[in-house]
Design a protein around this ligand. Structure first.
Ligand SMILES: [Zn+2]
Length: 119
């Protein structure tokens, strides 16, 4: 099934809100920016960033979304092997990003986490 997509302009990285005391972007703040963008009825804003994301109660997050919301956010920063000192692997990073996008879109569709996967 084909899904129509539209690529929008990136947010100005000089205005990012950081989690206090950390060099990580506040994921909930960035998700809020996505949610504030006007969208056609039934559309979902899917934000993808190379920035490392976190929220105050977690040391990092791979992504964020609200159940039954209309926006989701994914960070590719920790999906890349080189983040952990390993050799770059673009195919693996892309594979992980697709999994994370589907995960976050599941939340937008109303799904919660199962007991096997925290956060
Ligand atoms: Zn989740």
């Amino acid at each position: 099934m084909a899904v129509p997509c539209q690529v929008s302009e990136a947010h100005d990285a000089t205005e990012l809100r950081r989690v206090p005391g950390r060099d990580q972007v506040d994921a909930d703040w960035l998700l809020g920016l996505l949610e504030a963008r006007p969208l056609p009825a039934g559309a979902v804003a899917m934000g993808i960033t190379a920035l490392d994301l976190a929220i105050p109660i977690f040391t990092f997050v791979f992504g964020r979304a609200r159940e039954l919301g209309h926006a989701a956010l994914v960070s590719a920063a920790r999906l890349a092997p080189e983040f952990y000192g390993l050799a770059p692997n673009a195919a693996l990073t892309l594979h992980r990003a697709v999994i994370e996008v589907v995960h976050e879109l599941g939340h937008v569709g109303g799904l919660r986490h199962c007991a096997m996967r925290p956060a």
